[in-house]
Ligand binder design. Structure first.
Ligand SMILES: [Mn+2]
Length: 363
């Protein structure tokens, strides 16, 4: 028995951080990733494609996505498709899953408890759905799979021991413990929700196959082979857009042209999307405009530019000697009763404002 497993694709994710144009590209890229998952299942001759939830986002999905999913899965016939809805694609009254006239090869689990699908006389697949966007109980509580078949489960939930390794703020929907899997008579659980991949003896988190933001964890599609009760997994990269985090230190640059040259070098060889983080000591004479960097995306589909730990490099002692408005400003702020870091912030903001600059929020 061979499966291809994936989860947490989040079709129609709004990508608010990316803006409308790049956001649309990234939403199309999520579909390209699903196309790759489907091709992988066909090429591998899999018996079934398993989705462990968060296939799309209930709050954001469009009729276009509904038809895209219907036709994508219909084309896989006779390959079977099993979907266990998660907290984002929860099975509710207005669910995409209810609206779509699925082809006979597709089975969407729609109950809040695990129900059985015998696959080939030897393996039974148990699946369940989130029926609400929150407060779903763990599916293994009070559950036991009986019978001689080898029992495996497909659901969306939070293994408690793994929660601490997730991105901050991850909500433990449908929580369970790993040792509940074997106690429930299951050989293995295929699980979604965590975007970071994990393979253990008892469970597999595929992870999100395409990153949803910079610095976020991502996983893969997983080819799963079940032979004589043994499980063998192969992870395959199906992402369609690479995410690059690019540091750009502006220390020592004398002009905006020099910074632009550094930025061009940093992204020249990259494909996909990049986030350039501008940091370092910015010389006082430099007229930093982040839009100038954004305007040179080279071969990238998208370029995001931000500042972090950027320090405007003023010589406050020299400025304080000046018999100018600027000098008076520096003396007044320094003689005030602000904390040191606040003094620095007010000085930099004030000096740049006096220079007529509004583009920089210094740290
Ligand atoms: Mn989830």
């Amino acid at each position: 028995m061979k499966f291809v497993l994936f989860s947490d694709l989040h079709l129609d994710s709004p990508f608010q951080w990316a803006g409308p144009s790049l956001g649309r590209k990234l939403r199309l890229a999520l579909r390209e990733t699903l196309d790759r998952v489907c091709r992988l299942a066909v090429d591998e001759g899999a018996d079934a494609l398993l989705c462990a939830g968060d296939l799309y986002e209930q709050e954001n999905f469009t009729p276009d996505t509904a038809e895209y999913l219907r036709s994508s899965f219909e084309k896989l016939t006779p390959l079977r498709v099993f979907i266990a809805p998660g907290n984002h694609d929860w099975y509710g009254p207005t669910s995409l899953y209810r609206e779509v006239p699925w082809s006979p090869n597709v089975r969407v689990f729609d109950e809040a408890r695990l129900s059985a699908v015998p696959l080939d006389g030897q393996v039974t697949l148990w699946g369940a759905a989130h029926r609400a966007p929150a407060n779903t109980d763990g599916f293994l509580r009070g559950f036991h799979a009986d019978g001689p078949a080898l029992n495996v489960a497909l659901f969306h939930g939070s293994e408690r021991g793994f929660l601490t390794e997730q991105d901050e703020g991850k909500v433990p929907h449908a929580a369970f413990r790993e040792d509940e899997i074997s106690a429930a008579g299951l050989r293995h659980a295929f699980v979604g929700h965590y975007h970071q991949p994990r393979d253990s003896q008892w469970l597999t988190y595929a992870g999100s196959p395409q990153p949803l933001a910079f610095g976020k964890s991502s996983g893969n599609a997983v080819i799963v082979e079940l032979t004589d009760g043994e499980i063998h997994r192969t992870r395959v990269d199906v992402s369609s857009v690479a995410f690059h985090s690019v540091p750009l230190d502006v220390s020592g640059a004398g002009s905006m042209s020099e910074i632009l040259a550094r930025a061009r070098d940093a992204v020249a060889q990259l494909r996909g999307v990049a986030r350039v983080t501008v940091s370092g000591r910015l010389a006082a004479a430099v007229d930093l405009k982040l839009d100038d960097i954004r305007a040179n995306p080279a071969e990238l589909d998208g370029l995001v530019v931000r500042t972090k730990d950027l320090i405007a490099d003023y010589d406050f002692d020299a400025l304080a000697e000046e018999q100018t408005v600027r000098g008076q400003f520096v003396r007044d702020v320094r003689n005030g009763d602000l904390a040191d870091d606040e003094t620095q912030r007010v000085l930099v903001l004030g000096l740049r404002a006096l220079d007529g600059r509004t583009d920089l929020e210094p740290v």
